[in-house]
Design a protein around this ligand. Structure first.
Ligand code: NAD
Length: 303
């Protein structure tokens, strides 16, 4: 018996990446799976893969930012499977990373349309079917809703909006027994869930600065979605759950300890970190930058 036997889920952006892992996990636990995605090739590949593993799955071409696509897709899922119990709003795109002055209005609109409006549209057109039975909506946000690098305004704003949309929907839909939850992942390496799968490019340093000791995997997010969508989580609604290997609660100072740790991990050699530490200690014995400069000149002259 699977936790989702007889249930139906819709996973947007389920053809590749985190969405594919979520769709797979729900499918393995008994759910019938509908993948909505704009990547036809990956969508068809994924559905064939799922079917070969005994999962009842369909792929529907749908751009989540297009109202007609979303409405038709939800109707199609209901016609095919006679229910929609779980909606995972996972489809999302990044922003260009250009400076604020270089960001275009078109870029802003596209990111907000896909990441935020898409989730609203999917909820709007799925709810007609979800309210027939109890249901769960899981919105995949991001820790970037709370923390930023420079030049990520469209993406960060879209994810912040998604968290606000989550509690708003949770309160509106509570009367139908529908729970709505946001998940904010940190850094997740999706290489193995791409089409075709890619080799991970992560370095030891990428892993080691996570308090949990590693970068996230799509399976980590999928396991949390499966729990939240299950009856075991029936007292959880309206909230955002961060899943990031501890990164967002780590106090970060760029001190010698972090650099020593980082260099050791990068070179996979403790000695490199120690050598750096010795150089730093030595440099500290000089009184000014000028002193250091002179000492370095002296050393260079000797070479
Ligand atoms: P991905 O690019 O690997 O997969 C995204 C999927 O969404 C693709 O299959 C793509 O075709 C589909 N998609 C894109 N635009 C669409 C649209 N308009 N309509 C329908 N489908 C569309 O991305 P991912 O890394 O797996 O990210 C999945 C979600 O998780 C996104 O919402 C992303 O913002 C979020 N997230 C990712 C990370 C990470 O580190 N990977 C971290 C935090 C949050």
């Amino acid at each position: 018996m699977g936790r989702f036997d007889g249930k139906v889920c819709v996973v947007t952006g389920g053809a590749r990446g985190i969405g594919a892992a979520i769709a797979y996990r729900l499918g393995v636990e008994g759910c019938k799976v509908a993948i909505l995605d704009i990547d036809r090739e990956a969508g068809e590949y994924r559905v064939n893969e799922f079917r070969s593993k005994g999962i009842d799955a369909i792929y529907i071409y749908a751009d989540v930012s297009n109202e007609e696509h979303v409405k038709n897709a939800m109707d199609l899922v209901y016609q095919k499977f006679k229910a929609i119990n779980v909606l995972v709003n996972n489809a999302g795109i990044g922003s260009s990373g250009k400076s604020l002055e270089e960001q275009t209005f078109d870029e802003w609109r596209r990111v907000i349309d896909v990441n935020l409006t898409g989730a609203w549209l999917c909820a709007k057109y799925a709810v007609k079917y979800m309210k027939i039975g109890k249901g769960v909506i899981v919105n995949i946000a991001s820790t970037r809703a709370f923390q930023s690098e420079p030049n990520t305004e469209p993406y960060s704003a879209s994810k912040g909006g998604l968290i606000a949309l989550t509690h708003s929907l949770a309160i509106s839909l509570a009367k139908y027994g529908i729970r709505v939850i946001a998940i904010s992942p940190g850094w997740v390496d999706t290489s193995e869930w791409q089409v075709p799968p890619r080799k991970s490019q992560l370095t030891p340093l990428d892993h080691s600065w996570h308090p949990a000791g590693r970068v996230g995997k799509p399976e980590d997010i999928a396991a949390l979605v499966a729990f939240l969508a299950s009856d075991e989580a029936s007292w959880i609604t309206g909230v955002n759950i961060v899943i990031d290997g501890g990164v967002s609660v780590k106090m970060v100072y760029l001190d010698e300890n972090i650099i020593e740790e980082g260099l050791s991990a990068l070179f996979q050699d403790r000695e490199v970190g120690k050598m750096f530490r010795e150089v730093i200690e030595k440099l500290k014995s000089y009184r000014s930058v000028e002193d250091v400069r002179n000492k370095l000149r002296e050393l260079l002259d000797k070479l």
